[in-house]
Design a protein around this ligand. Structure first.
Ligand SMILES: Cc1cc2nc3c(=O)[nH]c(=O)nc-3n(C[C@H](O)[C@H](O)[C@H](O)COP(=O)(O)OP(=O)(O)OC[C@H]3O[C@@H](n4cnc5c(N)ncnc54)[C@H](O)[C@@H]3O)c2cc1C
Length: 454
């Protein structure tokens, strides 16, 4: 039984937010029923995104709605508030948040009081002051970006197929990806594969007409899978005619021309930016202790160092890696986020009951990555796999990890059906402006606002 009534606020509904709330729901079931504990999850979207499936969603192998988990369904004993925490006053145990309603009402942020705080807002893209990036760059962190990118790539093939201007055709068929980590390599591998397949349906676009370029500032890609598999990945991508440029940086993409640090220039309409992440900017506004890299300073018990009743994990938190050398922190990835969330949930329950806290200890077990349909690399407990077995391992691993049985069954069904039928290669770009046709019919100018309201 908990010692005092506790209102738990979870900021973020991603890996850490959702799994911590799930764990708390399970551990504090009777207290939740008795009203001694309340759990509120505040997050901008009513779903958790299973980010490792975004590249497959971009390729059309998984439908977008199967990449996300509806929070209200799985967190049925929590209060889910769709909104954004904009500021925190932890000394007063108060959070300020905006919701769709506060925006409509124009009354300013709401206030929410709490007793225990879980900070899990994750990370945002780490951008650099590259000219043109803010105007033309495309991110790859959300399901909207993944589907938008898929539509965009197919649209470029349509432009190339119908234009008489060779310069426009060339730019439309040039795709530049910046950053050779998981997100960049997997997104490029899957999309190149999809576009190669799609080109069969175009009378005048051949796979060799397309230029796919991967730009990476360091001398290797996929550091998560180790050096040997990183080298294999470079060779495998180059064999597919993908131009992998190591120790190279994007210097500008102004005027839709990608200029690289090796002096090369590529007119292009597609620059995908996946060059790393940094902690969510909310962390800097909390006044809580941070490392020099901006992550929250945490203990191995997943408390914020020296701050009572504050907890954190995942991409936004610097958690000591007790399985490595002193001073090391756990890497920002799903493997740690998921496991940390479980310990975090347990530790809050322990703290409320006056019990001893558990230490988070997890040695990295390896990594799997897909490089397109039937292609991949995997490194698990020292063993390495490449090609089809690695790709199969990638799918099996993520199928076992994606939350809820319902979702696993749907994803498996989709994979099975896509083995029997041809891939879908249609672009639904108009989904981004669903009111455009009606606005034109009504005699107005289509607005650029995706919701169509001006
Ligand atoms: C394309 C891609 C592929 C990946 N593949 C892999 C992989 O194969 N293996 C692996 O281990 N890792 C992978 N990762 C990394 C992994 O997804 C992240 O490490 C993990 O999601 C981190 O969990 P988190 O809970 O800290 O953050 P997230 O899961 O990002 O959740 C943060 C949540 O906080 C919410 N939020 C943000 N701001 C606020 C606010 N102000 N108020 C309230 N809520 C807020 C966000 O909307 C989000 O719901 C991948 C990442 C990407 C982008």
């Amino acid at each position: 039984m908990v010692k005092e009534r506790a209102r738990i606020l979870v900021v973020g509904g991603g890996y850490v937010g959702m799994y911590t709330a799930l764990r708390l729901q399970r551990k504090l079931r009777s207290e939740l029923r008795g009203g001694q504990v309340e759990i509120t999850v505040v997050t901008p979207d009513p779903y958790m995104t299973y980010q490792p499936f975004l590249p497959e969603a971009a390729a059309g192998s998984i439908s977008p709605r199967h990449v996300v988990v509806p929070l209200r369904r799985v967190l049925d004993h929590c209060r889910v508030v769709v909104g954004e925490v904009t500021a925190l006053d932890h000394a007063k145990r108060t959070a300020h948040l905006t919701t769709l309603a506060t925006e409509e009402e124009g009354t300013g942020p709401d206030q929410l009081e709490y007793d225990e705080l879980v900070l899990a807002p994750g990370s945002v893209a780490r951008t650099l002051p590259v000219p043109g990036l803010a105007d033309h760059g495309i991110g790859f962190k959300t399901v909207e970006e993944a589907i938008g990118l898929r539509n965009h790539v197919i649209e470029q093939m349509d432009i190339a197929s119908s234009t008489r201007d060779p310069a426009l055709r060339d730019a439309a068929l040039t795709f530049v990806f910046v950053g050779g980590g998981y997100a960049g390599v997997e997104a490029l591998g899957e999309l190149e594969d999809m576009a190669r397949y799609a080109s069969r349906s175009y009378h005048n676009v051949q796979p060799d007409d397309m230029k796919w370029i991967l730009v990476e500032a360091s001398d290797r890609v996929l550091p998560e899978v180790g050096e040997e598999l990183g080298r294999y990945t470079v060779t495998a991508l180059r064999r597919r005619n993908i131009d992998v440029r190591l120790t190279t940086r994007l210097e500008s993409c102004a005027d839709r021309v990608a200029v690289l640090s090796d002096g090369s220039r590529f007119p292009t309409r597609t620059v995908v930016w996946t060059a790393g992440v940094r902690p969510h900017p909310l962390i800097a506004l909390t006044g809580l202790p941070r490392t020099d890299r901006g992550r929250l300073k945490c203990t191995a018990h997943l408390t914020v160092d020296g701050v009572p009743h504050a907890w954190a994990a995942g991409d936004a938190a610097a958690v000591p890696d007790v399985t490595a050398e002193p001073g090391a922190h756990t890497a920002p990835n799903a493997q740690h986020a998921l496991r940390q969330a479980k310990v975090l949930g347990d530790n809050i329950a322990h703290a409320l009951r006056g019990e001893e806290l558990e230490t988070y200890a997890h040695a990295y077990t390896g990594a799997v990555a897909s490089l397109g349909l039937h292609k991949g690399v995997a490194q698990l407990r020292g063993r390495t796999l490449t090609g089809y077995p690695a790709w199969f391992m990638h799918r099996a691993y993520h199928l076992s990890r994606v939350p809820t049985f319902n979702r696993k069954a749907r994803v498996l069904a989709e994979w099975t059906l896509s083995g029997l039928f041809k891939r879908e290669i249609v672009s639904l770009g108009s989904l981004e402006h669903p009111r455009a046709e009606f606005e034109r019919a009504a005699g107005g100018e289509p607005s650029t606002d995706p919701k169509g309201s001006s």
